[in-house]
Design a protein around this ligand. Structure first.
Ligand code: GLV
Ligand code: MN
Ligand code: MN
Length: 417
């Protein structure tokens, strides 16, 4: 007997899913083939409008919450029950690719379309969500929409965050919401029966193991910090080195010492200084100010505490007479996904004859936060050479469709529970 889950999986249309990616990648397209569609930008607004247009054409209801999380709903036969959610994010890194985030939203939407094509009812409603600002590249931190949804971040406290041009998040959010004035509004947060997010792996393991599906078991922890170093501007030609307060040299010394702190022969620690700004950035003025960010990750909470808690002290020890402020901007402990969902993903992959393996995520995802309120899991598909956060990010249409088939099976199953 062909189950309705198997029918849902068979309804996935690889060509349509690929075309949706091609269309979405035009919004914020970069000349190098990548995507720059940062959170709450005009490009993000265009992506939201496009998704809403596709949803309305299929008769799916759309709604938005106060932080801009966008929900596309295919109603179940018992619409009062908490829905099953799927999705990811439409915002990208400044030098992002076509798949990070967009895939999870489009795969979720493809499942809704497949179910609709088949006129296959589900008991619970299924909703495909585009969470706001997962990347955290324009406004820090990341995963804001999902974190606010579960109450882990408070919306009022986020509104005054500014981007590098000084634009307030509150203003960019208002402009985004105003761009779709007819959209139904929802409150922040509601009961969720389960959440399953599809994503490209963003690492090299599936490709190396020749697997098409990763059943994601959990996500490592992340701690972010913003470091401000204040020295004193001075004339480069006249000021003796001994009396300088050179913010750049202090920052370099801090980063060197942090590199030593984070030294790890097992190559498990992830330590990144991704933003570094020097002021006044003039060849003949001693730098008076530096701002840099730290992204530190590890799967083990004890290591996250031991090394993360040393960061501020190490910066102070290497301040070279400058003032230094270290501000934590994100603290997301490691999590394990619900065993049932990990097994459902592996089981669906097996039934579909897809080579699969369990995998742990080095990247964070919206699923990390939704896992706090509902049974949650993720499905990874390979991306070329594991490259991501890079315009060259690439994935095969057949792998994207395979992930969507697994998603369809799992969502159809969860929606009957
Ligand atoms: C998400 O983009 C991450 O940085 O892990
Ligand atoms: Mn992502
Ligand atoms: Mn990303």
């Amino acid at each position: 007997m062909v189950t309705s889950q198997a029918r849902a999986a068979a309804g996935i249309d690889e060509a349509r899913l690929w075309q949706r990616h091609v269309a979405m990648a035009r919004l914020g397209a970069r000349s190098d083939g990548g995507v720059n569609r940062q959170a709450l930008s005009d490009e993000d607004i265009a992506a939201r409008r496009t998704l809403i247009g596709w949803a309305e054409a299929r008769g799916f209801a759309c709604a938005v919450d106060p932080i801009g999380n966008l929900f596309v709903r295919r109603a179940g036969t018992e619409p009062g029950l908490p829905p099953v959610l799927t999705g990811s994010h439409l915002d990208s890194q400044p030098t992002g690719g076509k798949f990070d985030g967009a895939y999870g939203v489009l795969a979720g939407f493809e499942v809704l379309e497949a179910l609709e094509d088949l006129k296959l009812p589900t008991r619970r409603s299924i909703e495909a969500v585009a969470w706001t600002n997962e990347e955290g590249s324009r406004f820090q931190p990341g995963a804001m929409g999902s974190a606010a949804f579960v109450g882990r971040m408070q919306l009022p406290a986020l509104l005054d965050h500014v981007d590098r041009a000084g634009v307030r998040l509150g203003d960019a959010l208002q402009a985004t919401l105003a761009a779709t004035p007819d959209l139904a509004r929802r409150g922040l947060g509601f009961d969720v029966a389960a959440y399953v997010e599809a994503h490209i792996e963003q690492g090299p393991l599936l490709e190396a193991e020749r697997k098409v599906i990763g059943a994601v078991t959990g996500i490592q922890g992340s701690r972010w910090f913003a470091v401000e170093v204040k020295g004193e501007e001075a004339h480069a030609g006249t000021t003796p080195l001994k009396i300088r307060k050179d913010a750049l040299k202090a920052a370099m010394s801090m980063i060197g010492a942090l590199e030593t702190l984070m030294q790890d022969d097992s190559d498990t620690v992830r330590f990144t200084v991704g933003r570094f700004e020097v002021s006044p950035n003039s060849p003949n003025t001693v730098p008076g100010q530096v701002f840099f960010t730290i992204d530190f990750r590890h799967p083990d909470p004890a290591v996250l505490s031991r090394l993360g808690d040393r960061i501020e002290a190490v910066c102070r020890e290497h301040a070279r007479g400058c003032a230094v402020t270290v501000t934590p901007t994100f603290d997301a402990p490691p999590i394990q996904f619900a065993r049932d969902i990990v097994q459902a993903v592996g089981g669906a992959a097996a039934r579909l004859g897809l080579p699969h393996m369990d995998i742990f995520s080095g990247a964070f995802h919206d699923a990390k936060f939704i896992a706090e309120i509902a049974p949650t899991g993720m499905i990874f598909v390979p991306c070329e050479r594991g490259i991501s956060h890079n315009p060259a990010e690439n994935a095969k249409p057949s792998d994207l469709a395979a992930g969507a088939r697994v998603l369809a099976e799992v969502l159809a199953e969860l929606a009957e529970k």
